[in-house]
Design a protein around this ligand. Structure first.
Ligand SMILES: NC(=O)c1ccc[n+]([C@@H]2O[C@H](COP(=O)([O-])OP(=O)(O)OC[C@H]3O[C@@H](n4cnc5c(N)ncnc54)[C@H](OP(=O)(O)O)[C@@H]3O)[C@@H](O)[C@H]2O)c1
Length: 257
């Protein structure tokens, strides 16, 4: 899709990857609707002239109002970037269910609900792109955040189905699978923290701006899946070809000090 002049609705735009997407898509000529809970954060992310929609997107009314205000202002939404998300560390066998449900709500049900609000109009116009920001952890389970990965597997599985459902309507669906990206994500997790061996692996991290650039390029070329950085495909491939080896290695990282 050509981004210039299009309307992009970006969730989780008060910081991190969402804020970087706001800057990247504005540079490409998009008009922006930015949603997150923090009004202050949204103001910081505004590259100029964006519609700011401070809202808790886990609330049905807030979601409806945010989408309605964007359509009232711009007439339509061309690109929906479902980026807001949260993580949690710790063993799944001991994770509090209410916390896990909150994570599922934001990481899976919010993108689904927003898509249900936006897709009918995209289908009618036979144009639009839905971007779901998943994770490399939605392709390869990371045992230090098993339930977060489960939420991203749910998102990835649904995204594949959505792509097939919408293919004949001219609406594209892109799954983004970032590896480690330097943002406030680690500070915002609902629980726990990574084991030391994982912290050391952060030397492979990319910046939020690099991730946003990969997302913008993915939208421009109507890609199906973007892994950022692309070297993440090696891990995905290794886990497909030799799951016992990769899982064994990761289980050791979980226990190592
Ligand atoms: N950073 C990484 O290494 C990494 C790796 C793979 C995938 N990802 C995924 O990338 C996406 C962005 O993460 P990030 O790294 O940019 O993390 P982040 O800096 O913590 O940003 C998360 C965003 O979600 C928003 N948010 C949280 N709860 C919300 C709610 N109830 N309603 C509306 N907005 C809400 C936050 O804003 P408010 O607090 O203002 O609401 C914030 O803008 C997530 O889906 C994450 O799972 C990140």
């Amino acid at each position: 899709m050509r981004i210039d002049g299009k309307v992009a609705f970006i969730t989780g735009a008060s910081g991190g990857i969402g804020a970087a997407c706001a800057a990247e898509f504005a540079r490409a000529g998009a008009r922006l609707a930015l949603a997150a809970r923090s009004a202050e954060g949204l103001t910081r992310s505004d590259p100029g002239g964006a519609l700011l929609l401070p809202s808790d997107l886990t609330q049905d009314d807030a979601r409806r109002q945010a989408v309605a205000r964007a359509i009232e202002r711009f007439g339509q939404i061309d690109i929906l970037i479902n980026n807001a998300g949260v993580g949690a560390y710790g063993p799944s066998f001991a994770a509090p269910l209410d916390e896990t449900r909150r994570m599922m709500e934001l990481n899976f049900f919010v993108p689904l609900a927003l898509t249900q609000l936006v897709a009918p109009e995209m289908r009618a116009r036979r144009s639009g792109t839905i971007v779901n920001v998943g994770s490399i952890g939605g392709k390869v389970t990371l045992p230090w955040m098993t339930l977060y990965c489960a939420s991203k597997y749910a998102l990835a599985g649904w995204t594949d189905g959505l792509r097939m459902e919408l293919a004949r309507d001219g609406v594209h669906t892109l799954l983004v699978c970032p590896g480690y990206v330097v943002t406030g994500f680690q500070q915002h997790v609902l629980a726990g923290g990574p084991p030391p061996a994982v912290v050391r692996a952060r030397r492979f991290a990319i910046t939020a701006a690099e991730c946003a650039r990969a997302i913008r390029r993915g939208v421009e070329r109507d890609a199906r899946t973007v892994v950022a950085p692309p070297s993440g495909w090696l891990l995905v491939l290794a886990a497909r070809l030799a799951p016992a080896l990769v899982h064994g290695r990761m289980a050791r990282m979980l226990g190592a000090s």
